[in-house]
Design a protein around this ligand. Sequence first.
Ligand code: FE2
Length: 426
Amino acid sequence: MEATTDIVIRNASLPDGRRGMDLAIADGRIAAVDAALPLRGAQEIDAGGDLVSPPFVDAHFHMDATLSYGLPRVNQSGTLLEGIALWGELKPQLTQEALVERAMRYCDWAVARGLLAIRTHVDVCDDRLLAVEALLEVQRRVAPYLDMQLVAFPQDGLLRSPTALANLKRAIGMGVDVVGGIPHFERTMADGAESVRILCEFAAEQGLRVDMHCDESDDPLSRHIETLACHSHRLGLHGRVAGSHLTSMHSMDNYYVSKLLPLMKEAGVAAIANPLINITLQGRHDSYPKRRGMTRVPELIAAGIDVAFGHDCVMDPWYSLGSGDMLEVAHMGLHVAQMTGQDAMRACYAAVTEAPARILGLEGYGLAPGCHADLVLLDAASPVEAIRLRAARRLVMRRGKIVSESPRAVARLSLPGRPELADFRL
Ligand code: FE2
């Protein structure tokens, strides 16, 4: 008699290039992956040759600001600094209820896009810690279907804002997971370096991960990533530290970068670029040519450093667009970094899936037997095609349960002189 299991997905393509694969799922985990599995599922799903992928992971987001576009006004200049000023105007008006409602709505968007893990920064420079309370509540509510990791983020500067350090420690005490920072926003380079030292020592003491907004600037002399790598190495934080943005690296001297990348590798520091935001916020003081501003993604990957692409913002004081679609993020990253080679395009897909999963330290991530049955069935045959089409997410599964379904992207074409095409695949 044929053995049975909960679910079998038939004829799937996988991100590593394998085709015609079956995946068996039992008790919320991947039980087996092979060609023509001799198992019958209580539920059988035909992938029809389409891509089955582990879910998308966003390594860098701001859930406390998301979907607040236009509150209390729009960013007229579209610059980073007006965005920070605008967020400062909005903060006193925030209510916990509205924060929770917007974040929950964003998480619904995320799940529908196959995005099942998000690391979000939460501003701790409001003494009420309203956003911290709100996002901890959201983290609890979405836990059955989405992994949310919170970073205590001193938006106004750890040393520049008088209560930031105490608030950051309070936030960690309340259950926030990761230590954040913003060294380039401190008053001086020396203060920036000092903030990195304080935060890394605190993280080491508490056994926590670190993810700092670092060198989000076009100033080639903004080198806080060097200090971050130095303290990470000194304190043994290898594999637990990420530098977010690192845009100044775009403008650094090549010789200096040739020293910096091995330092990051030695310290096990990962890099998180945010292509949609970097390409719109950086280079704003340039005439022409205008710098792209995104960090050196292909060079970081070649140096063996984990690189993720984050969404950063969706409809907030800094960015009025976005929809929680990590394929849009990968698409932009690929273009900005000119990563059009075959391996490079696959690396862009990894930058929104497996690389951020490693950076977040997600347990049981992937499609190997034993991993959680968290996956996405895409309306595309390969990672590159998924990026090209920003493919529809036919099905999203969490712990072996379908949590979202979408129709394939098709059109009905009625062209003069041509037979009608009812199911034209886009
Ligand atoms: Fe950010």
